[in-house]
Design a protein around this ligand. Structure first.
Ligand SMILES: Cc1cc2nc3c(=O)[nH]c(=O)nc-3n(C[C@H](O)[C@H](O)[C@H](O)COP(=O)(O)OP(=O)(O)OC[C@H]3O[C@@H](n4cnc5c(N)ncnc54)[C@H](O)[C@@H]3O)c2cc1C
Length: 388
């Protein structure tokens, strides 16, 4: 396996190769056992443990890597960051999702926050002292972000946020939320601190990524102040779409990591398992599967890497990031499904890791815009005609 992918990695710089080797060593020795432990427990790490994990991966820049040095970040180019992120997703995709939420909350604060907001909320994210979540979805608001119902009411200098949010990653462990809600100026992003806002969370049990927190959040006149409006009052919708543009590539890369892990399992099993007098790898139909899986995986990876390059260039690239997101997440479902098939009966048991990879892969075509929504974005950008 190493040899097959060595040629593809020849495009990495020496620095990227060294960074990846060091990170892989740490991830396989420290994170992989924790991934197994939490899979067995069936629930996410507690807040204190998650903060320790964030601090550990931040040693490689995975929390602050998207943030400029002027804001206390360790800005690294997105392609290098993406190489490490994919490796984290290969070893523990549940933690990768938590890191994606934390790093993109930091990214949003760095982009939109004023100096006071940065001191109060960005700095403690970068030092892993606090955990953030971003609340867009609601029970009646999924793909239709424009129809957010959550309300924020101004009373003097105070703002009271009321409403229910759904599917919120890192919701259980969060110290504060960036809430997309209706303020009198229109859809806005408002920071609600858990200490003063006293919002409640309820963990949802999922098919896959069971160690990534996904919550229902309840805001009942949750108190915050007018200096907690993030970015332009009324600019929340545009700000959310900009956040999606970057986050979508990382959702795609999460799937690339999951699919890579599934392919590795399939290749090993196909070599070891003998039927009809030879390894099943020696049967042409199995080799055909493996060739398809490796090709789809590489195509998905390349689309994601291209998305990262475009984001670094700072050009509008929602078409390309939507392509990367839908293709990578759907391909991972196919790849992990074939990996299960290659394992025969063993593939559907919890004794073999492919069962977990398949369940994890199936989650990913949904968050940050479903496959259908990504195709509608691409179609609208191609034709100028909205079909939502
Ligand atoms: C693991 C996970 C983590 C998440 N994390 C967060 C988070 O941190 N913060 C957050 O705010 N949200 C989060 N989400 C929510 C996620 O973004 C939504 O689930 C997603 O946007 C889809 O919304 P929905 O589930 O309400 O589906 P719906 O919008 O109800 O869609 C249901 C189905 O209808 C399709 N559909 C909808 N509209 C159209 C249309 N116009 N044309 C064709 N088909 C359509 C969809 O593609 C889908 O197949 C997360 C979700 C998951 C699964």
């Amino acid at each position: 396996m190493e040899n097959v992918f060595a040629a593809a990695q020849a495009t990495h710089t020496d620095e990227q190769r060294m960074l990846l080797e060091n990170f892989r060593r740490m991830a396989e020795t420290e994170l992989a056992p924790l991934a197994d432990k939490h899979e067995g427990l069936g629930h996410p790490p507690e807040a204190a443990a998650l903060k320790e994990l964030f601090a550990r991966v931040e040693e490689f820049g995975l929390i602050s890597g998207l943030i400029p040095e002027a804001d206390g970040g360790a800005l690294i180019d997105r392609v290098s960051y993406g190489i490490l992120y994919e490796e984290l997703a290969r070893v523990w995709p549940d933690l990768a999702i938590a890191v994606l939420i934390q790093s993109h909350a930091a990214f949003t604060l760095s982009l939109l926050g004023n100096p006071g907001q940065k001191a109060m909320y960005l700095d403690p994210l970068l030092s892993s002292e606090r955990i953030a979540c971003t609340c867009i979805s609601e029970p009646d608001v999924g793909s239709n972000v424009r129809e957010v119902k959550c309300r924020a009411e101004r009373q003097g200098d105070k703002i009271f946020v009321s409403g229910q949010k759904l599917w919120i990653s890192n919701g259980a462990q969060s110290d504060f939320s960036i809430v997309v809600c209706n303020l009198d100026d229109g859809i806005s992003m408002v920071i609600v601190d858990r200490e003063t806002g006293k919002y409640e969370s309820r963990e949802l049990r999922k098919l896959g990524l069971v160690a990534a927190s996904t919550c229902e959040l309840f805001f009942d006149r949750s108190e915050t102040t007018s200096d907690h409006v993030l970015g332009k009052p009324g600019g929340g919708l545009f700000q959310t779409l900009k956040l999606f543009e970057s986050a979508r590539v990382f959702v795609g890369l999460t799937s690339v990591g999951i699919a890579q892990a599934a392919l590795e399992c399939a290749v090993t099993y196909a070599r070891d398992r003998h039927q009809h007098g030879k390894p099943i790898a020696g049967h042409q139909l199995i080799q055909g599967y493996l060739a398809d899986m490796a090709t789809q995986l590489d195509a998905a990876r390349l689309l994601c890497q291209r998305g990262l390059q475009l984001l670094d260039l700072g050009v509008r690239c929602d078409t390309q990031t939507s392509m990367a997101k839908w293709y990578a997440t759907e391909m991972a479902v196919e790849i992990a499904g074939k990996a299960v098939q290659i394992h025969g009966g063993n593939g559907i048991t919890k004794e073999f890791a492919v069962e977990r990879h398949f369940r994890n892969a199936k989650v990913m075509p949904i968050p940050d815009g479903t496959t259908e929504i990504q195709k509608l974005v691409i179609g609208r950008n191609l034709t100028g005609v909205g079909a939502f």
